[in-house]
Design a protein around this ligand. Sequence first.
Ligand code: ARG
Length: 442
Amino acid sequence: MKLWGGRFTKREDEIMEKFNTSLPVDHRLYYQDITGSIAHVKMLVECNLLSEAEGILLIDGLESILRDIESGLLKMEGAYEDIHSFVEMNLTKRIGETGKKLHTARSRNDQVAVDMRLYAKQKAGEVMMALQQLIDSLHDKAAKNNVIMPGYTHLQRAQVVTFSHHLGAYAQMFSRDKKRMSNAIDILDENPLGCGALAGTTHHIDRQITTELLGFSKPVDNFLDGVSDRDYLLELMSSFSITMMHLSRLSEELILWSSQEFKFIEMDDAYSTGSSIMPQKKNPDAAELIRGKTGRVYGSLLSLLTTLKGLPLTYNKDMQEDKEQFFDALDTVMDCLEIMSKMIDTLHVNEENMKAAIKAGFLNATEVADYLVSKGTAFRDAHEIVGKIIIYCEQQKKAIEDLTIEELAKFSDSITDDIYDYIDYENILNKGNKKLIKQITK
Ligand code: ARG
């Protein structure tokens, strides 16, 4: 079942047929393939390259194939080379000789290019919606848990922040991911149909018609580029990779926070698993899987970059490999976004443990230095003085705020009773971060 048998005298070897077919992968493009073909037929009729009657017959046939695929009546299987061959051959089977006219002024090279762009554009929109869902989950959780917690650098307790502010940081990352996705959609939004195999066509077609029917912003400017450009897949996969990196960082924090060492959160049972031997275990498998699957998405991006790097213009069969990588990266990022959103919705915040954690680690040391600066000490000197206070506190096993004013005054004449208010954790938060906290929990 080939579209190109005429030039051949011998049958394709069975193993070659299996090696060459992309139907088990690209059957996903059936909707875009049929929609693209319907637009192509409408254009051919308008340009008088097909009669009205032929157009009606072809479109009815294509629509019936679409219906039958969607109802499950027509299975996308068999020894077809790809989804394009599958649709065209089934069409001819259904409507007879007119089916053979579908491919007038078209090549599978511009056909597959248009299918993939349509598919990528739609799916990128769905990823953007999934990102928004996660952003909403983060904002909801943040609004309900404006709890004080330690902020970290180098995973060492650093200064006080709030859990809302921390989650808000991730919301910012995912908002940037949405923008990246939207930029990629803008760039890919061009119609390659009409490029033919590589050099356009001698038929008088009108690319503007298919551009409008398929909802693209314009036809591509260069035929050779139109059939061989896969930048848009790389760009989307780069965005997926960045999103996965963000998801992986968040996963890492969820894993740490749900450990007995932190106990800042507890994951809902629905997104955890147990151990087959240790009855007490509750493992954060969902977060670990997201962290693990990040490597898989990077792998897809690297794989396609490598596939494309040595290709001369224009179409080369190597490009068929784009689909498996793109589909897998897409499915993975979609699953991970959904699971993460649900994990965030259902996780329990241990407010008391977060609060307790700020008691140790001198999280107000920077503010003690700021206090000294407010009294006229140069910051570098203030830093030095506070360093000495910390050594003293460690020896005494006390927090800075637990030192008496007499003890504190030994380190600097400028320290008076008002220091306690200045370095109180709630006051620090209210001074420094209040505006930002309001902004992210709105
Ligand atoms: N299955 C092919 C792909 O995915 C479709 C294009 C085939 N074109 C060709 N000239 N053989 O790339």
